[in-house]
Design a protein around this ligand. Structure first.
Ligand code: SAM
Ligand code: F3S
Length: 468
């Protein structure tokens, strides 16, 4: 059977786009493949937000070139932000790529898949049986074939971003805000819930700037409408901008029990001069005031963030202000980056901080953030949590990995529960007995079909006394 392998780099938007590509592929009669060497079409969905993402994408293209040499019938497709940015360059540096689709050409990509489908022969029954045997459950982490992925769905609420932070390539490769009509969003969310999604994530670069193009609904209204959908278990959203974080939104978050208690609100820096040069449109004091108001209304929620160090002009004092902010804010998680100059953005033209200063600051910041995360995780020891299964742990497949509502990783030994049962009963009920910087460990007590339904107890893993 013709099959498509999709590899995804980058943010939640690319993740959502890859899901769309997978849906179009399946509708056109392809299978989704987890091994690129077995695929008829390889799709590389790229990111260009930092230099290392760009280099990894070019590295993967070179890797897939070898597959194409071995099997010239394979089609290699590149899409996403790097495709948008380097389309012309790719035609000369990677002529072996069959097609390049920019960020606004997803529908064309889907059409191309449908067009190519008849060129791939269907296998004999025997060959497809063999293929079914080699298709593993689980699949690679950055490709979207695993048997648990339908438990989580991403619904795009807006494309692009109009804020033009001086470090960011997104508005240049994805264009300005383009908000989807609320009716379309609700219809897609309804379809996802009907297909068995347990956790729905509304995605956009700045979701809380959402405005229904045809009406008066803002993001708080959208959340309320989605949260009211019948059958929806959990709802979350990524990413918000501090500038658009309103008291109305904080009050709405407090009222909707279906929302996961995690607010991701990137602050980027703890220094006002740096925030100004980043064009972030808020001060540290305004950020803190918003978080204080939010915590008064949502005391059980955690706050997570993004931080950049080594931005052009960042002095030691600016950096120490970021360290101090990280200490004060008690972030439950922070994605930390060394500033990476992006062609075509204003900050790339400014005088740069030496790379070693940036990496040293990243290490110091990570120490502070990690210690804070560990303290938060420590408070969970001894509690019982419900977490949505992700599948076998990548490090140790005898264990199960899951995410709590706060997006904390939980790993528990699997007492022999079959994947089919986990798909039907994907909520793990676990007692937390260990805290680490990366997350929690514990003991599985039961599994539940619904987040707020009863759980069925599971037998603890038996100890091999002879081996001991
Ligand atoms: N829209 C989101 C916001 O309001 O912050 C984030 C979008 S961006 C894809 C995700 C994160 O990547 C940013 O929050 C920022 O911390 C980081 N980032 C973006 N451009 C960067 C650059 N040039 N160098 C380092 N980190 C960068
Ligand atoms: Fe980028 Fe700033 Fe928009 S980080 S995605 S330009 S809010």
């Amino acid at each position: 059977m013709a099959s498509v392998y999709i590899e995804t780099f980058g943010c939640q938007m690319n993740e959502a786009d890859s899901r769309y590509i997978a849906e179009r592929a399946v509708a056109a009669g392809y299978e989704i493949e987890s091994d690129p060497t077995l695929a008829s079409v390889v799709v590389l969905n790229t990111c260009t937000v930092r230099d290392n993402a760009e280099r990894r994408a070019y590295g993967r293209m070179a890797h897939f070139k070898a597959l194409k040499v071995a099997d010239p019938s394979l089609k290699l497709v590149v899409c996403g932000c790097l495709a948008e940015q380097d389309r012309d360059r790719m035609q000369t540096t990677a002529p072996y790529v069959d097609a390049v689709f920019g960020t606004s050409e997803l529908i064309r990509l889907g059409d191309a898949l449908a067009e190519w489908r008849s060129a791939f022969e269907d296998p004999t029954d025997e060959a497809s049986e063999l293929r079914a045997l080699v298709q593993p459950l689980g699949g690679a982490a950055d490709c979207i074939t695993d048997s648990f992925s339908h438990l989580r769905s991403f619904v795009t609420v807006q494309r692009g971003c109009s804020y033009y932070c001086t470090f960011c390539i997104v508005p240049h490769v994805r264009g300005r805000f383009d908000h989807r009509p609320i009716g379309e969003i609700l219809a897609e969310a309804r379809r996802a819930v009907a297909a068995g999604t347990r956790e729905l994530t509304l995605v956009g670069q700045t979701v809380n700037a959402y405005r229904d193009p045809a009406g008066a609904a803002d993001f708080a209204d959208l959340l309320e409408a989605v949260a009211a959908l019948e059958g929806l278990e959990r709802l979350t959203f990524l990413t918000s901008h501090p500038k658009d974080f309103t008291p109305k939104l904080a009050q709405t978050l407090a009222r909707l029990p279906a929302l996961n208690p995690r607010l991701h609100l990137p602050v980027q820096s703890g220094s006002n001069p740096i925030l100004r040069r980043m064009n972030r449109k808020y001060t540290v004091e305004q950020y803190e005031e918003k978080i204080t108001f939010f915590r008064e209304h949502c005391p059980a929620w955690v706050v997570t963030t993004d931080l950049i160090v080594g931005f052009p002009g960042e002095s030691e004092a600016d950096f120490e202000a970021t360290l101090a902010l990280a200490q004060r804010m008690r972030f439950a998680q922070a994605f930390m980056f060394v500033y990476s100059p992006r062609r075509g953005t204003p900050a790339a033209l400014w005088e740069q901080i030496p790379a070693e200063v940036g990496s040293e600051r990243l290490r110091r910041l990570a120490d502070v953030v990690n210690a804070g995360m560990r303290r938060i995780h420590d408070t969970r020891v001894g509690t019982t949590v419900r977490a949505l299964v992700q599948g076998p742990s990548r490090k140790d497949p005898s264990k199960l990995a899951a995410k709590t509502l706060e997006n904390i990783t939980l790993v528990v030994p699997n007492p022999g529960i079959e994947p089919s049962r986990l798909i039907a009963q994907p909520w793990l009920e676990a007692r937390v007995d260990g805290a680490h910087v990366w997350g929690l460990t514990g003991m599985l007590l039961g599994v539940a079909e619904h987040f707020d339904g009863p759980s069925e107890p599971v037998a603890p893993p038996t100890l091999d006394l002879i081996a001991i």
